[in-house]
Every structure is written in structure tokens, then in C-alpha cells.
Design a protein around this ligand. Structure first.
Ligand code: RTP
Length: 150
């Protein structure tokens, strides 16, 4: 387990349109994760087909792409201990109806086809997804908070 583990978290179009961006970001900040990168993106169909390539044979794939292309998403990288696994736990299960109360999907969603957020499912997936969504790289920065506290 590494303190520099990174995960890719994305607020899907329904999360943006339901004004849940601030609440979702707050959960990661409050849990103790460090925001590494964030941007608002209107993804193309081709980009989403790459992101969801593993699901291309699933019957829900065309509907998934249509949903994901329907509006802008918030693309983020979060860093901290066990970021991938804990990030997924914070999101909840794929189907919000089975997602525990207290998880993002369990608190804010009821439909598998409109489940608000995405989180990488492994460290390897996170690396691929971060490269796909942030080909420009991320800003390297260090907190100088301690020097502000006098
Ligand atoms: P995500 O990749 O979006 O974080 O979701 P996940 O790992 O929890 O679930 P995955 O199986 O990778 O499915 C990706 C997204 O496809 C939609 N989906 N629809 N209609 C259906 O039965 C169905 N199943 C999955 C969801 O939006 C899911 O998040």
C-alpha cells in the first residue's frame, strides 16, 4: 500500500447535471485524499469507446456511450493510501440500489444506467485511465501548508 497510489475518478454527466460535483469532491477531500488533477471535459464517442473498451461486447454498451457523451464530465486524479480500492468503496457498487447508504451511489442514485461516478477498478486500470484522460500529464506540487501556519 503506497501513499502515492493514484486513482482516476470521473463524475459522469448525470452527476454534473444534478449539481453533485461539489459534494463528490468534498468526500474525497474530507477522507484525506489529495487532488492531483481536475478538468471539465466534453468527451467524444471515440474517447469513451477507448475508456470502456473492455465492455464493448456488453448489451448495454451503446446505451452507456450515449449516456456518457450526453454532457460534460469532471475528470479527476486523486492520490493517497489505497486510493483505488477505497475510492471504489466510496463510490459504492455499480447498481446504486445495492450500494450501501453512505456511499456516493447509495446516497445519490437509484439506477445502474445513471450511477453518477466512475472509479478505476485496479492500479493498472488507473494508470491507463490517467494516461487516457490526462495525456498532457499532471502538475507536480507539494503542500506548503505548514509554512502558512505561524
Ligand atoms: P464504472 O466503470 O463506470 O466505474 O462502473 P463499474 O466499474 O462499477 O461497472 P462496469 O461493469 O465497468 O460498468 C460500467 C458502467 O456501465 C453501466 N452499466 N449499465 N444496464 C446495465 O446493466 C449496466 N451495467 C453497467 C454503468 O454506468 C456502469 O457504471
Amino acid at each position: 500500500m503506497s501513499a502515492t497510489e493514484r486513482t482516476y475518478i470521473m463524475i459522469k454527466p448525470d452527476g454534473v447535471q444534478r449539481n453533485l460535483v461539489g459534494k463528490i469532491i468534498a468526500r474525497f477531500e474530507e477522507r484525506g485524499y489529495k487532488l492531483i488533477a481536475l478538468k471539465f471535459v466534453q468527451p467524444t464517442k471515440e474517447h469513451l469507446e477507448k475508456h470502456y473498451a473492455d465492455l464493448s461486447s456488453k448489451p448495454f454498451f451503446p446505451g452507456l456511450i450515449k449516456y456518457m457523451v450526453s454532457g460534460p464530465v469532471v475528470a479527476m486524479v486523486w492520490q493517497g493510501i489505497d486510493a483505488v480500492k477505497t475510492g471504489r468503496a466510496m463510490l459504492g457498487t455499480t447498481n446504486p440500489l445495492q450500494s450501501p447508504i453512505g456511499s456516493i451511489r447509495g446516497d445519490y442514485a437509484i439506477s445502474v444506467g445513471r450511477n453518477i461516478c466512475h472509479g478505476s477498478d485496479s492500479v493498472e486500470s488507473a494508470e491507463k485511465e490517467i494516461a487516457l484522460w490526462f495525456p498532457e500529464g499532471v502538475i507536480q506540487w507539494t503542500s506548503v501548508l505548514e509554512s502558512w501556519i505561524i
